[in-house]
Design a protein around this ligand. Sequence first.
Ligand SMILES: Cc1cc2nc3c(=O)[nH]c(=O)nc-3n(C[C@H](O)[C@H](O)[C@H](O)COP(=O)(O)O)c2cc1C
Length: 194
Amino acid sequence: MRHNLSEINNIIKDRRTVYPEQFSDRQVHKEIITNIIQNATWAPTHGMTQPWQFKVFVNEGLQKLADFLGSFYKANVPSDIYKEMKFKKLSTRPLLAPAVIAVGMKRDPKKSIPEIEEIEAVACAIQNMYLTATAYGIGAFWASPKIIYNPKINDFFGLGEKDKLIGLIFLGYPKDEWPKGQRKPIDQCTEWVG
Ligand SMILES: Cc1cc2nc3c(=O)[nH]c(=O)nc-3n(C[C@H](O)[C@H](O)[C@H](O)COP(=O)(O)O)c2cc1C
């Protein structure tokens, strides 16, 4: 055994989505955010393309993000599906978090790796972020409102037209108890052969 297995089992099982409404006012220090991003970059990456890109919103950046998401929604969502509640959520939720990290997938110009694998690599990076946050006692929320997949949103996040915004990761300390989770037993999703 090279590592403490019970520690990693505990961290994986303890990782929970904590919603911004459940965050306390406690700040998340820059060193912690840096470590979370550092660990993200140790995710597997086919062909070593390392397709992740991070944009960190803190302090007045959170207001900029909130304003942008709200105005983008208003300007780009057709009136027949526009919902005032959705607009309100997009334009206020970032203000409930001490930090939001936008995680993007940068498409390799050579397209040497199928796009799905680049997205998978970024999803692995996000799981590393989640697990690192858990170790600090910080809750995370992977938000994927539909607008993030509209390529017109890319520019604000420093992404090009071939890139994809994969998620907005909200970070914060929970103000109440750490949430409990549950999963179905693995015999419901596993088949053994041999
Ligand atoms: C790709 C992806 C996108 C997600 N997007 C959202 C989202 O937009 N809104 C939301 O409430 N939860 C979102 N989640 C979080 C899930 O709701 C959450 O993981 C699920 O409820 C299980 O809870 P747990 O993370 O605490 O185990 C997303 C999760 C993944 C993997």
